[in-house]
Design a protein around this ligand. Structure first.
Ligand SMILES: *Cc1c(COP(=O)(O)O)cnc(C)c1O
Length: 393
């Protein structure tokens, strides 16, 4: 079977795919159906933080698969319970709601914020202030929360009640929060928007505003969570805790899982029947997610992320000095962006031809989000490839 041709005929045409059919992965390497190897600096978009086919994750999956896959949330299960216990022990949160994706985690966050206001006796509070250039998902509620026209286009009428302000601008946010605002929702570091790190004080200022004005603070850490930025959660870099936080991408290292974490106070608005998900937190995925978190924190992987990220950024800075087509290097930990003064797509394609997978956000920002187990040698290899590509361009 020609995978590409058959896929293009039978799968909904929603993805502009790269012309590669990948068949196998191991560590930081994936292979296509022609036998070509690629070093993976994208990790399924910040998902496979422990790389591909990690033997202990394969084992955890197989072990749980032999025992129990799914029983519905009408029953208690041990893996889900242990995962919730782990997440709350390692974060600001007291309670966790499990879903299957980032969008579903954000959907839960949006519902909880609205419900919390109602339960508090403020039924007029339903609006959420979100950020321009943000990305929160593709369901109707989460695309309505997303500050990018290209994501919302064609889906009017979108869900009512979202206001957008510039990220990193506390004055604009202050003006936008009104008596009808129930929450402020943002990514601590914007991912799809272009790897945008806020200035040092911003999140603390946002926290203060939310407290003053009586609204909840929601951090979308679907992309930045689970060690990506060098801390388990990106909010730890800023010393600011939200009321609600969402996770997905790397939590299952590729198994679909999403989670919404909340303080006891915020979570109190969710009572039996208020929200649900059939597949949310099945024994199978939660057993693997628990293993992901243990490996990440107990095997010293997380501890190396900041140093590896600094190494990658430093190498990119050196390349920027040689190749003026790079105009900015930014990010935290192993979520790194390089702004170009030219289109990124041809660069991504040329890197692919040389055996390196990266991608591009916002047309001209190269994104690097390798597995957190990436080695310095692999980073050196990518830098050599990029230098050749940028010089040829
Ligand atoms: C990827 C992403 C989402 C959406 O996650 P899905 O699992 O695709 O629904 C939401 N928020 C952020 C910040 C993301 O990066």
């Amino acid at each position: 079977m020609d995978i590409k041709q058959t896929a293009d005929k039978h799968i909904a045409n929603t993805y502009a795919r790269y012309p590669l059919a990948l068949v196998k992965g191991q560590g930081c390497t994936v292979w296509d159906d022609q036998g070509n190897a690629y070093t993976d600096f994208l990790a399924g978009i910040a998902v496979c933080n422990l790389g591909h086919a990690h033997p202990q994750l394969v084992e955890a999956l197989a072990e749980q698969a032999r025992v129990l896959w799914h029983v519905s949330n009408l029953f208690y299960t041990q893996p889900q319970t242990e995962l919730a216990q782990w997440l709350t022990a390692h974060s600001f949160a007291d309670r966790v709601f499990f879903g299957n994706s980032g969008a579903e985690a954000n959907e839960a966050a949006i519902k909880l914020a609205r419900k919390y206001a109602k339960e508090k006796g403020e039924p007029g509070r339903y609006r959420i202030v979100s950020m321009k250039q943000s990305f929160h998902g593709r369901t109707m509620a989460t695309l309505s929360a997303t500050g990018q026209e290209k994501v919302r286009k064609g889906y009017d009428p979108i869900l009512e009640g979202f206001d957008f302000v510039a990220f990193n601008d506390i004055e604009e946010l202050s003006c936008a929060i009104g008596p009808a605002t129930c929450a402020v929702m943002l990514e601590p570091i914007q991912g799809e928007g272009g790897i945008i790190v806020p200035h040092k004080e911003y999140l603390a200022q946002v926290r203060r505003l939310c407290d003053e004005k009586g609204c909840l603070l929601i951090f979308d850490e679907v992309q930045t969570g689970i060690g990506r930025t060098g801390k388990l959660f990106a909010y730890e870099h800023f010393g600011v805790a939200p009321d609600i936080l969402t996770l997905a991408k790397a939590l299952g290292n590729g198994l679909p899982i999403g989670a919404m974490l909340a303080t006891e106070k915020a979570a109190s608005a969710f009572v039996p029947g208020a929200h649900a998900s059939t597949f949310g937190g099945t024994p199978l995925v939660t057993a693997v997610a628990l293993k992901v978190l243990r490996l990440l924190t107990e095997e010293g992987i997380l501890a190396q992320v900041e140093a590896k990220g600094a190494y990658l950024r430093q190498k990119l800075e050196a390349l920027k000095a040689k190749c003026p087509v790079i105009t900015d290097v930014r990010g935290k930990g192993l979520l790194v962006g390089a702004l170009l003064d030219t289109a990124g797509a041809p660069i991504v394609k040329a890197c692919m031809a040389k055996g390196y997978l990266i991608n591009c956000v916002q047309d001209n920002i190269l994104r690097f989000a390798p597995p957190l187990i990436i080695s310095r040698e692999e980073i050196d290899g990518l830098m050599q490839c990029l230098e050749e590509v940028l010089k040829e361009a």
